[in-house]
Design a protein around this ligand. Sequence first.
Ligand code: AVJ
Length: 331
Amino acid sequence: MHQVPEVRRGDRVRRTRRADEALAAMVAEVRAGLERRPLPELPCKYFYDARGSALFDEITRLPEYYQGRTESAILGAHADAIVEAVRPFELAELGSGAGRKIRFFLDAMRSRGWLESVVLLEINDVYLRESVARLQADFPEARVRGIAGDFVSDLPALGPGGGRLLLFLAGTVGNLHPDDLSPFLRAAASALEPGDGFLVGVDLVKDEGRLHAAYNDSAGVTAEFNRNILRVLNDRLGADFDPSDFEHHAFYDAERQWIEMRLRARRPVRARVPAAGLTVTLRAGDEIRTELSCKYTRESFAARLGGTGLVLERWITDPERLFASALLRRP
Ligand code: AVJ
């Protein structure tokens, strides 16, 4: 029997590069990072394979990790007002992850009859496919599409804005080095038209003990998440790291106002990364930086907006001032 071709689910998701190009880019980034001295580093986006994404999800349920639930409380209370202010017909999200918080906005847009399209830009293509399929099933009136890519380099893949509300939640903006924040915001502004909105979740400077606990949870999930980046190198680049050779080290740098996560060699390590033609040798105590998570105040965040083409329209915080939702507008 001849079958009528159907539009397959996968057609709603596209990648910004072929698999071989993505691998070549990863090899180049990992090599550059590991060759860095005095402190080698790995790009934190490589935490998020299936296991890493599941571990991050687990982190958001830890008692010490306030960010996810604090942001959810803010959005639950303010998504309607944000949608009223921006009046979007397209919702776009960077680093959408498991895709739960976006629903506050989808519901707010739907109830006003404004919801026309949704676009997710996410590095984990498994999460992306699932999110696109689930959102499409729950919001059949919208055109839902996904782009598997990196929110730093692939913003142009969103296509032109106009009636767009762009979301960048969970404090992920903190993973950018502060010097890279203004260029990133400028790039985001190019994916927006005048009147469009950009909602950014910002983790705030706070009591050091609270920050320390959030990145050193007692269940050890963050430690496992940190070590997972080595498993990703093993899986994707054929490396032979033994994650148990490394201990989790996370600390707050009060001067720079960022949390830094590192992996510290417990013993001398010699690991090969064949795809990058590299052998990594570390002495006991040597460290690899795996993540920056920058904390801001309203002032330090606003100071990065100059020259980006975006202005701060609202700054919404929870009562404890742990986290902020910054509504930026392209005037
Ligand atoms: C998802 C980037 C916001 O920086 O807090 C959680 C990732 N790292 N625990 C963060 C993370 C360690 C998280 N972001």
